[in-house]
Write a protein that binds this ligand. Structure first.
Ligand SMILES: [Zn+2]
Length: 277
């Protein structure tokens, strides 16, 4: 049986301590029997880890000390339950990260619509949960987002061009206000800072439909329903708000030639080669 079945893909560059540890755990975990230091080193080399033998030996002792691995009667090391758990978590993180990154790579208006439909589901429940819990700190944060010294709100109400006027900041806070760990994680994923450019894209699209001014008002209505503890109304308003955005994107797609839409996306979307601002 191959020693390296199921181990992580080859590490191309100098590995970080976490990468070394994770790769080491995966090499030890993939071995059919307790694995000696020499065989583990060979396994790591085959995974592209180039650090010195003494560094790797130190990491192995560190894993023993942390209870991730243990020696079996002089034959070599095996993973403990803790080590297996850590490895499974690392694999899950990698898998989730790549699944989400792929799902959230918005390339055209169809992707944008998928993003909005997913948001409608997440935000309806987030608004309902926020109304149910009625945490005053969360509600004040939502109110501050569209009131109190925020010039964005007034300029938006006056119809002035303002990048990001739809206010993804408000929607991010709405996710947090749910106080539901899963909803917060999903909300944080769909509003990851690398997707900030969608705010600007939506702004252009909504302005083209002449409906941008309504957003601030709808955010206020949503917040008021949450403050009033009106669970159904808060959820319905959140869903209706996203429905309107979906309609605006559909109208925009229908009334513009595909080439115009593609050009707009190319103008707004940051290049993947550049660090996002
Ligand atoms: Zn909004």
């Amino acid at each position: 049986m191959g020693l390296h079945r199921g181990v992580a893909p080859r590490i191309p560059r100098a590995a970080s301590p976490t990468e070394i540890v994770t790769t080491l755990l995966s090499v030890i975990g993939a071995a059919p029997q307790p694995i000696g230091a020499r065989a583990a080193l060979t396994g790591l080399r085959q995974q592209g880890v180039t650090e010195s033998e003494s560094t790797i030996n130190r990491r192995m002792r560190q894993l023993d000390a942390e209870g991730m691995t243990e020696s079996v009667s002089g034959k070599g090391r095996v993973l403990t339950e803790k080590g297996k758990g850590f490895l499974a978590l690392a694999a899950a993180n990698r898998r989730l990260g790549s699944v989400l990154a792929h799902a959230l790579d918005v390339r055209n208006l169809f992707d944008l619509l998928d993003w909005l439909v997913a948001r409608r589901a997440i935000e309806r429940e987030a608004a309902r949960a926020a109304a149910r819990h009625g945490n005053s700190e969360d509600i004040e944060r939502l109110e501050r987002e569209h009131h109190g010294g925020d010039p964005g709100h007034r300029r938006q109400a006056a119809g002035e061009r303002l990048p990001g006027a739809e206010g993804l900041g408000f929607h991010r806070l709405l996710g947090r206000a749910s106080r539901n760990r899963v909803l917060i994680a999903l909300s944080d994923a769909v509003f990851d800072p690398q997707l900030n450019w969608l705010d600007e894209l939506l702004d252009v699209i909504i302005s083209a439909g002449g409906a941008r001014e309504r957003s601030a008002h709808e955010h206020e209505e949503m917040t008021a329903a949450i403050r009033a503890g009106d669970i159904d109304r808060a959820g319905d308003l959140a869903a209706a708000h996203i429905d309107r955005l979906i309609q605006a994107v559909e109208d925009f797609a229908a009334s513009n030639r595909p080439a115009v839409v593609e050009r707009l996306l190319a103008l707004v979307k940051p290049s993947p080669d550049l660090p996002s601002a």
